[in-house]
Write a protein that binds this ligand. Structure first.
Ligand SMILES: Nc1nc2c(ncn2[C@@H]2O[C@H](COP(=O)(O)OP(=O)(O)OP(=O)(O)O)[C@@H](O)[C@H]2O)c(=O)[nH]1
Ligand SMILES: [Mg+2]
Length: 196
């Protein structure tokens, strides 16, 4: 095995990073068997596809961790952002009150990317859209996207996602494509079934 690709999942606590990672690793198939704990520090999980290793770095989203990951006064930011192919920044669509914090961390992530992995691709997943009433989705989309993108000059990919419909499949296909240069067969699971 020669190549290792690195995908970093970043975002505030409870935005849904670990769930996305567990779903991709086929550790969960529905929304009922979930008892998630906040991720402490970060976890690295490896997937091998066609002899290529993909490392998923699932970061703990508590601000004490995030501040260290993006901070300039320690070496951990190099560990997190160095040799990174793809950043997936996950945002809880419902937590509008957190958007200024998200904007601050997104900017700090982009600074670290410029410094340590300038060729990396950045995705924003505006996640948990199933929790927004259908008639408000477009408004929420524009409000969050316009706010986050204001003054940002880098190219970012923006997807609305939810674990309970194909939007998460579409977004993860794009993430794999950006990371590997193609979409692997039979790797991306079906969306999760809803709670009963
Ligand atoms: N309704 C809904 N809930 C979701 C979705 N994705 C994740 N969740 C819920 O969000 C909660 C938090 O998910 P986690 O994956 O643990 O969040 P995290 O970002 O890893 O949190 P930290 O580890 O603290 O950073 C869980 O209760 C999930 O069930 C989604 O698409 N829709
Ligand atoms: Mg987590």
């Amino acid at each position: 095995m020669t190549q290792t690709n690195k995908i970093v999942l970043f975002g505030l606590t409870r935005s849904g990073k670990t769930m996305i990672r567990k779903w991709l690793f086929k550790e969960i198939t529905d929304m009922t068997d979930i008892d998630f704990h906040a991720t402490i520090e970060y976890e690295r999980h490896t997937q091998v596809i066609n002899n290529i290793k993909i490392e998923f770095w699932d970061l703990g989203g508590t601000t004490a961790f995030l501040d260290r990951f993006v901070g300039s006064k320690n070496d951990i930011s190099k560990v997190i952002f160095g040799d990174m192919d793809t950043l997936v920044y996950v945002i809880d669509s419902v937590e509008i009150k957190d958007m200024s914090q998200n904007r601050m961390y997104l900017n700090l992530c982009l600074e670290n990317i410029t410094k340590y992995s300038p060729m990396a691709t950045t995705f924003i997943l505006q996640h948990k859209t199933d929790l927004i009433p259908m008639k408000m989705r477009e408004e929420v989309y524009h409000t969050i996207k316009d706010y986050l993108f204001k003054d940002i000059t880098q190219n970012l990919w923006y997807y609305e996602t939810s674990m309970v419909n194909t939007s998460i499949v579409v977004a993860t296909c794009a993430v794999y494509h950006a990371t590997l240069g193609y979409i692997p067969n039979n790797v991306i699971p079906e969306p999760l079934t809803k709670k009963t």
